[in-house]
Ligand binder design. Sequence first.
Ligand code: ADP
Ligand code: ZN
Length: 744
Amino acid sequence: MIVGVQPMAGFDKLLHYRVPASLRADVRPGSLVRVPIVNRQKLAIVVEVDAIPDCAPEKLKLVTAALHAFPALTPDLLALAKWMHAYYAARMESVFEAMIPAAVRGEANVKEEKYLSLARTLTADELAAFRKKAPQQARLCEFLRQQFKPAKKSLVLSRLDCTAAVAAALIKRGFVREETRHVERVAYADSLSGGGEIVTGLPPKLNEEQAAAVDSVHASLAREKFAVHLLHGVTGSGKTEVYLRAVEEVLAAGGSAIYLVPEVALTPQTVSRLRGRFEAAGHQTVVWHSRLSEGERLDGWQALASGQARVVVGARSAVFAPVHDLRLIVVDEEHEPAYKQDETPRYHGRDVAVYRAKLANAVCLLGSATPSLESVVNVRAGKYQINRLLRRVDDKKMPDIQIVDMRIELMRQRGLVTLSRLLVDHMHQRFERKEQTILFINRRGYSSSMLCRKCGHVEECPHCSVTLTYHRADETLKCHLCGHERGAPAVCPKCAAPDIRWRGLGTQRIEEAVRRVLPRARLERVDTDTMSKKNRFRQILNDFRAGKIDVLIGTQMIGKGLDFPNVTLVGLVDADLSMHVPDFRANERTFQLLVQVAGRAGRGDRTGEVVVQTFTPKAEAIQFARHADFDGFAEAELGMRKKFNYPPYRHLVHHLFRGRNPEKIQFYADQWVKRVEKTFGAAVEIRGPTPAPIEKVKDEYRYQVWYFVARVTAFVPELVKMQNEFTWPDDVSQVLDVDPMSLT
Ligand code: ADP
Ligand code: ZN
């Protein structure tokens, strides 16, 4: 047998090897193997078997080893890898690296341990017979009987001072079971999945809208053909219940399902709810998140690759789970930019989910209260089916949204205003009534930058063209791009005025403002700094749920998927920040932010209220969000996109050039653009080269080019080919980003 493999050795090329008879059973398409490359053993993925090499077969070298008994990539994943390679302009090797966790590639610090346990209880007669004929085997069985859980083989053997042959005999005869577990060399004390907070409970009876959506997805599943459903349901309409029913149906029929959430750490409630439901029905559920230890990751992967587990819940990389017989992929909050990976391969988890479902003839179920305009356009084009949930569960009212014009507020209160009177009044009421409030803010840190009110000076990073962020805790100014750091000045470095103002708001500043107006309230703050501390976030959420916190302050990252019945007030302190950024998706982001944030209010019996503070109350995104008018917003926004021929009407590809010498970069970028224009003509619209919004990072200058194209697959592979043929100087590096989610 001859196989074609893609090595993980720093280059994209198909190499051929012969497979020795001893490895034939374990070498299949998608298998991870080791092969010799110039006297070195390298990892490789089997891409094809029974390949026809371009030289005499007997000249080929032999595959050295197979890493696992199961292929790392199922046939649909292999096909998906080829598509990602072409679509996202990513090297094959980097795609495989994204698909196969390091622990599985054998690159992590994990070792295997064998564990023994009794396969069945021995009768008294059997034991007696054993004692006579094979006293050592009898001792081993008796020892294992006293253990409550599988015991480490090496320990058992040394304790009883017996050889591996004794255990082997028992295993062969079916008395003892041997299993392999993966243990960390460095043990981790805690992990998210380790916590036992599994939520169980009887599934609710579906309401009419939910039942109609479930029926519609059911019909697609029954057809066993590729289909995409967009579940567009207002916040609190019970979308999760629809996803759950679909997954349960797939599992009951013996198929597998993948359930994607934007960020596992931010949705602990959802994850426990899912695990509770699936595990109650006897389905081992793998939870896939960034904080798994390598050993846990390998065990979870193996459960999926072996078919022992058929459902996985996780963030975007879970879309590559090697499950057998994939029938369904759920993508919750499909509009979330977090699905886009910002390092190579720069793939979009939702789009990859749709394409994988297509390759596997499976159903992809996308859901959101604020679907992306990309998905809306796909519904309009008849590519996706739409299922709508227009009402909240139990007909709970949608929250009332009130807009505060901060310009007027500023004149009234004179000076810097953090909390408007309306918001403060409402917070007082909640506090008196023992109800809870959540305050949202757009950014992190105490305040974003340092601005002198007198001369207008703003402190910038000497290495990057961005403002420095003021961190109050240690009185420093820090650059979030390169990490440059220095003490915060007491007076303006330019005009020496003592009057230094901190522009923008941060969670800390809001906390101080709330303390002033509600000194007796119990406050807690969640931001990226809190999130970096293990378990802190979970602790805060538990306390909040238990009513030990009156006001929760956080960046919008806590706005996802949280469901607290006692929250009746939500304040969005700075609605503008997401709007005044140079990105054509700014309106869409603002609308989504408002609707999602508002959706956290009034999930219990009382109607929720939302207060939105803004300097631009007339903005479309704010007005449509206020009336919860998604269709109106989509119509207006799509009109604008159509006019400028922006996505979703065309695809956008970003090309970044980097280097220390700005003239040189500009020169090469100019030459390159001319070449692209000549080759593609009217098929591509080019903007640039221009300096990137952040011109300099770590002393490297950045230039960018934007390409607008109708079809990615007709453009990107060709562009990459041209790029490889173009002669670039060594000190100009470049990055291509297809369908970028952020323009800043
Ligand atoms: P969404 O994801 O649409 O915002 P959820 O799925 O989180 O909404 O549902 C909101 C709440 O309603 C959850 O607490 C859920 O358990 C509950 N729920 C969902 N469906 C029903 C139903 N048919 N009957 C009663 N409660 C339901
Ligand atoms: Zn910097």
